[in-house]
Each structure stands twice: as structure tokens, then as C-alpha cells.
Design a protein around this ligand. Structure first.
Ligand SMILES: [Zn+2]
Ligand SMILES: [Zn+2]
Length: 374
């Protein structure tokens, strides 16, 4: 039996927007079905930044302090009582690297009848749990974390680097879940991706492997658009250079034989992005909405939906099937896309606030945490 570490360090949000505090918490025995992991790499998601700035507190009840972070690869330290297998039956051992899902209850209407754990009425998001409650390490910006008893979990293949798998554990699985909602995107389709952050860039890669007729990415800054072009965008439209939405629409029309895009996918979350996307869609178009999870009302003309015969599809988060697809995708296309291009500086727990600031200010696509760094 592995002996547990006595305690570990965690970065905490004690006050919105203030520097993260680093505190020590006791490490407790994992409960049945749970796994204690040592955080190998964590990456910062936009939601962590929104949590830190206080934006997420508008839509969730949050009791500070909390340990933020939910994109992560953990190395197994100890198992709680129960079967030591992942969600597809592969056996797990101490030292294996795993990624895992938020926790769905498994017994509510959405879990059982709709079979969609992302809509679970009792869904538990680790990074929003109060840090005072055991096992304290609910988020992943810490030396340790816990795979919760009902969380889906998957072993990370040896040839998938931890930084990539960490980014996949929220950003890429979210994109792939949305892409499944869209259905087939054919070579005749023109595609517009709104947003060039982690989701938008992963979406660019996912769209590119399907070789659509035209792939356009609208976003910024230029450093991100450069990656988008390298990853398969035929055209990028900079929101910094073309500040007017109507001008951007004209550029999309020019690129799509005057019709607009057959598929528009929103991964930006920018105020006005949804309304803009409706305008970019072609007749009979499909509009996938993923990036907008908070923010003010936006003005649209509902008749545009009717008259364009649009399908509008929302997609929230992802279940373990999309995590599985994300690992497959990273492996299958690792020679095609330089996944490292998305990753920024690697921070320690002590300077992680700088990583949060870099994400907030768009100077990095994905900041990385290595809690073993001193
Ligand atoms: Zn996330
Ligand atoms: Zn449920």
C-alpha cells in the first residue's frame, strides 16, 4: 500500500481578481471509487480566468476560497476502495496518468433518460467547491487532486504529452462534443470558426481534418491567427484589424461565393459574437454555439433564423466519450498539428497569478502549471 503524503500545496482564489494565495491542506484518504492523483500538468481554461475575475459568480453559487483549475493530467498516487479500472475497462495502476470528467450523479432525469451527464441536475464541478471542505483539493491548481467517485476517467496513452492531454481535458473535448452535435461537415461545406483561443484553435484543427470547401477563422490576436493558418485556416479575419462586424461579414461573404458559411461555430464568447454568427450563416446553415456561457443580452432578428432556415445548436461541456475522442484526436494528428504551439509558459504555484493575467490579457493561448516547479 502506498503511503499518502501528509499535506500538499494549493493555489486559492480568496478574493476575486486578487493574487492567488498558496496554502497547505492535509491530504485525506480517497473515498470509495475515488482516486488521489499528483498533478503532473494543469492548464488554465478561460473558465478559470472568469472564475478568478468573478464573472462566473454571476451564474454559479461560489463560496470562497476555492482551488480553481479543471484542465489537468494527474498521476495516480492512491485508489479509494473499488475497482481500479478506467471508464473503458483498462486497468489502472499507481503512476499511470489519467484525465477525468466533472461528476454527474447518474440517477437524475438527464443522466438516465436523456443520457447526457453534462446536463445533470446535481452536476459537481470540482473547481467550484469550497476549499474548506475535505478533500480540499477539488480543483487542479495544486500539488494533488481527486478523481471523484462518479467522474469518468481515462488513462492517458504514453505517447500523448501531459500538456496536450491537459488542454484536451476541457478545451478539445468541448470542441469534439460540439462537433458531434453538428453532424457531418462535408467537403462542400464552408466553415467559419468564431474565436481563436484554445477552443477556436482546436476547432480549426478538427474542422481542417474534414477538408471543408473553405475554412475561415475570425478572431485575434495575430499570434493566434498565425497558428490558425498553420493548422488549416484558408482565411483569417482579425477582429483587431477589422473592428466592424459588418465589414467582417462582407469578408466572409466574399470568401463564400456571397452565400455565407454553411457551418458557423462560435467559440469566442465575445459580447455580440452570437448575433454576428447569425449574420455569417448561409441559407440552410448550421450554427453551433459553444463559447458564450455568460455575458449581456445580444440583439438578433429572429426572422433571420426562419428566413435562413437555420439550425442553431448549443453544446455544453462534454462527457467521457468526448474525452476519449480527444485523446484519439491528439494521437492521430500529432504529426499534422504542433500541439505545443498552443502551450505558453510553464508556471509554478507561486507565480500562477502571472499565468492567469497572461490568459486574461490574451498574451498566451494556454498557460501551463507544473506544481513541482519550485
Ligand atoms: Zn474549461
Ligand atoms: Zn444526474
Amino acid at each position: 500500500l502506498t503511503s499518502l503524503p501528509e499535506s500538499g500545496r494549493a493555489a486559492l482564489i480568496e478574493e476575486y481578481g486578487a493574487p492567488l494565495a498558496v496554502r497547505e491542506y492535509p491530504v485525506v484518504e480517497p473515498q470509495p471509487g475515488s482516486i488521489l492523483v499528483r498533478v503532473d500538468r494543469a492548464t488554465i481554461c478561460g473558465s478559470d480566468v472568469h472564475t478568478w475575475t468573478g464573472k462566473l459568480a454571476q451564474v454559479h453559487d461560489i463560496e470562497l476560497p476555492i482551488v480553481p483549475g479543471h484542465e489537468v493530467v494527474g498521476e495516480i498516487v492512491a485508489f479509494g476502495p473499488g475497482e481500479q479500472v478506467d471508464s473503458v475497462g483498462a486497468s489502472l495502476r499507481a503512476g499511470d496518468r489519467v484525465i477525468w470528467t466533472h461528476e454527474a450523479c447518474g440517477h437524475c432525469y438527464y443522466c438516465t433518460v436523456e443520457r447526457n451527464g453534462t446536463l445533470c441536475e446535481n452536476r459537481r464541478l470540482g473547481f467550484l467547491q469550497p476549499a474548506r471542505k475535505a478533500p480540499h483539493f477539488h480543483g487542479t491548481f495544486a500539488e494533488y487532486s481527486y478523481v471523484w467517485p462518479r467522474s469518468g476517467r481515462l488513462r492517458v496513452p504514453d505517447d500523448v504529452e501531459s500538456g496536450w492531454a491537459s488542454a484536451a481535458s476541457c478545451a478539445l473535448r468541448t470542441v469534439l462534443n460540439g462537433w458531434k452535435r453538428l453532424g457531418a461537415v462535408g467537403i462542400r461545406d464552408t466553415v467559419v470558426i468564431q474565436g481563436a483561443g484554445p477552443l477556436g484553435l482546436f476547432a480549426t484543427a478538427v474542422a481542417a481534418v474534414g477538408q471543408p470547401r473553405k475554412l475561415v477563422v475570425v478572431g485575434g490576436p495575430e499570434s493566434r491567427l498565425e497558428i490558425a493558418r498553420r493548422w488549416g485556416a484558408d482565411l483569417t479575419i482579425s477582429v483587431d484589424e477589422v473592428g466592424d462586424a459588418e465589414e467582417r461579414r462582407q469578408l466572409v461573404l466574399e470568401a463564400t461565393d456571397g452565400r455565407g458559411a454553411d457551418v458557423v461555430a462560435e467559440f469566442s464568447g465575445a459580447p455580440g459574437a452570437f448575433a454576428e454568427g447569425i449574420g455569417l450563416a448561409a441559407l440552410n446553415g448550421r450554427y453551433l454555439v459553444v463559447g458564450t456561457v455568460a455575458g449581456p443580452p445580444q440583439e438578433i432578428l429572429p426572422q433571420m433564423v426562419t428566413r435562413k432556415n437555420l439550425s442553431i445548436l448549443g453544446s455544453l461541456s462534454a462527457d467521457v466519450d468526448s474525452y476519449y475522442d480527444a485523446l484519439v484526436f491528439l494521437r492521430r494528428f500529432r504529426a499534422t498539428f504542433d500541439w505545443d504551439a498552443m502551450l505558453g509558459r510553464t508556471y509554478s504555484l507561486d507565480d500562477l497569478t502571472e499565468g492567469m493575467e497572461a490568459m486574461r490579457d490574451y498574451t498566451e493561448v494556454k498557460a501551463v502549471l507544473d506544481p513541482a516547479l519550485g
